[in-house]
Ligand binder design. Structure first.
Ligand code: ACO
Length: 174
């Protein structure tokens, strides 16, 4: 029996999720290496060599951090993963020890793009963020995706800055 990364009760109800009828949301689960979890991510950034053991180690680590990692997936009728996105809930001292949500690694498989899955995914992650008590969610994106995130309710604030430590990461633009 596969283990979910987080509690299903955090998911929005079917009527609020607004996915096309053959798709559904669920938490990432322990056997998703075999359900194509890495496939949509190919269109996002360099993945490199990730075998089943390293995938399982990363899943186990996330699972061991309570109330922190929320990796959501969209599956099709065959149970294959069509899209994925992550909410990381950061505990802060600021805002009266508030929780800030970081939206990461949003990706819809190329063959399913342009059908409303990305928008539904962002709305569902916002729902989870509210459920776990985040006061806001933030994300970094490239200029070509600014309009998409504006449609998802995001407004521009500040500038993204980066300082690479690993030169390979710079080369791969991750
Ligand atoms: N520029 C302008 N508008 C866009 C774009 C874009 N790049 N992408 C989508 N839209 C619009 C759509 O036209 C649609 O508008 P409408 O409601 O008026 O019809 C609305 O945004 C919703 O679009 P969806 O169909 O939900 O978008 P999709 O399912 O294709 O997902 C996404 C968008 C996630 C950017 C997808 O194209 C993708 O996975 N791209 C490759 C990976 C990527 O770049 N991910 C984002 C990384 S940033 C991060 O992870 C924080």
């Amino acid at each position: 029996m596969a283990t979910p990364l987080f509690d299903r009760s955090l998911l929005p109800s079917q009527e609020h999720s607004r996915l096309p009828s053959s798709f559904s949301f669920r938490p990432l689960q322990s056997d998703d290496f075999h359900n194509g979890h890495l496939d949509p991510l190919q269109d996002l950034a360099y993945i490199g060599k990730v075998d089943e053991a390293s995938w399982a180690n990363r899943f186990a680590y996330m699972k061991s951090c309570p109330d922190t990692y929320f990796v959501l997936v969209i599956t099709n009728e065959q149970g294959r993963i069509a899209g994925t996105g992550t909410l990381v809930a950061e505990r802060k001292f600021l805002f009266e020890t508030g929780i800030q949500g970081h939206i990461e690694d949003i990706a819809i498989a190329k063959c399913h793009q342009g059908r409303g899955l990305g928008l539904a995914l962002l709305n569902a992650l916002s729902h989870i963020a509210a459920e776990v008590g985040c006061y806001k969610t933030i994300l970094d994106c490239s200029a070509k995706n600014v309009k998409f995130y504006a449609k998802c309710g995001y407004e521009q604030g500040g500038h993204e800055m980066q300082r690479y430590i690993d030169e390979k990461a710079r080369e791969k633009n991750v």
